[in-house]
Design a protein around this ligand. Sequence first.
Ligand code: AMP
Length: 429
Amino acid sequence: MELRAVRGMNDILPEEVERWHKLEGAFRLNAELHGYAEVRTPLLEPTELFRHQMGETTDVVEKEMYSFERHGDALTVRPEGTAGAARAYVEHAVHAKEPVTRWYYIGPMFRGERPAKGRYRQFYQAGCELFGDPGPLCDAETIDLIAGFLERIGIADFVVHVNSLGSAGTRERYREALLAHYTPRKDRLSEDSQRRLEKNPLRILDSKDPRDHEVSRDAPMILDLLDDADRAHWDGVLRCLDVLGVNYVIDRSLVRGLDYYTRTLFEVKATSGDLGSQSTLAGGGRYDNMVAGLGGPSVPAIGFAMGMERLLTLMPGDAPRRKPGCFLAPLGQVGADRALVLAKQLRALGVSVELDGRGGRLKSMLRRADAVGARLCVILGDSEIERGVLQIKDLAAHVQEEIPLEGAARVLADRALESSPGGGQRGAR
Ligand code: AMP
């Protein structure tokens, strides 16, 4: 029986993980510069959380969630991060501890979508959620955080699409307007949209079915229906984006696939690269009603999530390969015992070490030391150890010398750490 990874779920091997670390590190730094702190919530949540918050009639909830029952509980492997973060915010009464909360997260999400390039069933998102600030300044700063981050990691070709969905009253009026538009054209809609028409006509606008696109072409636009307060907020967001110099377009047909959004809505799309139809790098918006909907107080919120795989496809540059500072090549039993102790001493001094325990010939060990990119190869021959010395070979400078065994760890550490910048050093010294 040949066992393979689940379709749409990828192994990330060590040579790729280096680039992931680089991306994650840049994200953490950028989020922390904006005052965000990391939150970690469970991968499993009550199914009800997503059904309620993302919306019964959304694609994700209707078709894509990995849901199951265990010990009488209906559970779902999280398809996104916002609902869990908001649940945690309410559960820990964070609003009572501070008026404004900024959280970020990085982690895997699960959706049973049809796999394609840039679209997986397990994929990683990095996201931010900001609770407690209703003002347009933070909408613009949130968008600018994403733009700044993309630039920092070397992705320059993107554009931000923005729209406003208004608040609850506006949404209700929009629903009526959409019903009036679609009802006489119902027969031309896809089966999914016909079914969703009464419950949630907004979902027809982000349907992927070409029949729905056709009928939606002259549908009313929500920007035309904003009330005065929504309009003031929207104008404020655009003004701040202009102040920040963000490259954006107003996308009147942007609705995004989830129900919880209110007012500002945005997507960041790549304008070059080969992501094809999966060019949306990030998406987010305001969700001013979620915290109250989860039984918390009325606390406004805004957030976004980015797809890490898509960012990695576009992020230029190779990550530096991790190289050991010292490679230990023991020849014989006495050398091997000595190498075990020396490796421990070197690691305690902050030097990364690879000990060749295969017991092979010196030539093949030197070849291996070269292949892993070690700076120093330490040869521990039994007769030399009996004389109280070691051979060290500088693999970059191609010189070999003998040093006393006594105090060798310190000497090797100094060489390894000074000779290659970062010299295999992991952690503080
Ligand atoms: P969403 O949570 O649907 O708003 O998605 C936010 C971002 O996550 C998208 O813009 C994508 O970059 C990424 N994303 C969403 N779904 C997938 C998926 N199935 N595979 C890979 N990336 C995804």
